[in-house]
Design a protein around this ligand. Structure first.
Ligand code: AQP
Length: 336
């Protein structure tokens, strides 16, 4: 049986990239898990968020907003386990063990570390450097086998595999599973609306570069209208998107929102100018996203209910994680 785990950082507003690359896939997995009888676990990784500075009040609000986003997108606390990471201490306890398994060189090779630390690595937090070790613990403390993520997280999942393999080898056990990254759909890497070579990100300084899940219809339409494109008409086949990063990105977004393949979309819109395609995309995006943002706003009016859902989810998560941590301590040689 698979066991599915994934998480998103409450590090700011949710973007269309998080939704298409991750959250929407979580809902598919939740439903599959319900049908086939396996557990699905989705986390708000608040301890990851503080690897860069977060204002405490903002962090609380962002965590609730992320929970509201999960639920409004179709995750149901009665079907999947939803909780925030810091309520289940086993994550950090296992992360310490993994800090002693993983090598400095492995961490130094991570592109997210290089991108986020920038030129001044000496001034980045130790937590940012060790981020992938905590992520491995998030996954392996549930013995998760499948992790649905966007393309940008592939390298971290590979590192999770390396940690599991080295732990098993070092201690001569077959304890941690070797996890599969699950990267699927038409929008595994949604790009910035201002620069087709950069991923759409919550932390991009330009708000025009991303669509936030809380943007209203006017904001969505304006951002799509102003999105960078080239002057050519749309091609009728996917080959024609070669070397046209911005055009490809908008078509990918359309395909993902419409639940179509890129070829199906291009069969319909090939030959159209962007002046005609962009309003179609804006209309589709508003139709798909506005029910979610309306529901998020409604849920945010009852923060106590969100907190209760997270507490309950944390209890259920701990029931799975505690025995795995205990067994890990036994393997490592800790007296209990
Ligand atoms: N642009 C994207 N396209 C597809 N998937 C994406 N994801 C993020 N951006 C895109 C996926 O969303 C999940 C959660 O990501 P995260 O918030 O934990 O961290 P991140 O990847 O660092 O996301 P951001 O938006 O870029 O946040 P900041 O700006 O805080 O770093 C992951 O599955 C990720 O693949």
């Amino acid at each position: 049986q698979p066991r599915v785990f994934s998480g998103i950082q409450p590090s700011g507003g949710l973007t269309l990239g998080n939704y298409l690359g991750a959250m929407r896939r979580f809902v598919d997995w939740q439903d599959k898990g319900l049908n086939d009888g396996f557990e699905t676990i989705f986390c708000m990784v608040d301890l990851h968020a503080i690897t860069v500075w977060q204002d405490p009040e903002a962090l609380r609000r962002q965590t609730r907003e992320l929970a509201a986003g999960y639920i409004a997108s179709g995750l149901d606390p009665a079907k999947a386990i939803l909780f925030n990471q810091s309520q289940v201490h086993e994550h950090t306890q296992l992360a310490w063990i993994f800090n002693c398994i993983a090598r400095m060189g492995w961490m130094q090779r991570m592109t997210q570390w290089k991108d986020k630390a920038g030129k001044n690595q000496q001034n980045a937090s130790l937590g940012l450097f060790a981020y992938p070790s905590l992520m491995a613990a998030d996954i392996l403390v549930y013995h998760a086998t499948h992790v649905p993520v966007g393309e940008d997280q592939k390298q971290h999942i590979e590192l999770t595999r390396d940690i599991a393999i080295k732990f098993n080898n070092d201690y001569g056990v077959d304890f941690f599973p070797v996890t599969e990254p699950v990267i699927e759909g038409a929008a595994t890497r949604v790009m910035s609306l201002r620069d087709g070579s950069k991923k759409m990100s919550k932390s991009d300084p330009s708000d025009m570069a991303r669509i936030n899940m809380t943007d209203d219809a006017d904001a969505i339409a304006q951002k799509i209208r102003k999105a960078r494109t080239d002057p050519e008409a749309l091609p009728s086949e996917a080959d024609g998107l070669e070397g046209r990063a911005e055009a490809r990105n908008l078509v990918n977004i359309y395909a993902a929102l419409a639940d179509q393949t890129v070829d199906q979309v291009l069969a319909d819109v090939g030959g159209k100018q962007f002046s005609e395609f962009k309003p179609m995309l804006a209309e589709l995006a508003v139709a798909k996203l506005s029910p979610i943002s309306t529901e998020m706003a409604r849920l945010m009016e009852a923060p106590d209910e969100i907190d209760a859902i997270l507490r309950n989810g944390a209890e259920r998560a701990r029931a799975i994680a505690a025995p795995v941590l205990k067994k890990t301590y036994d393997i490592v040689g800790m007296i209990r």
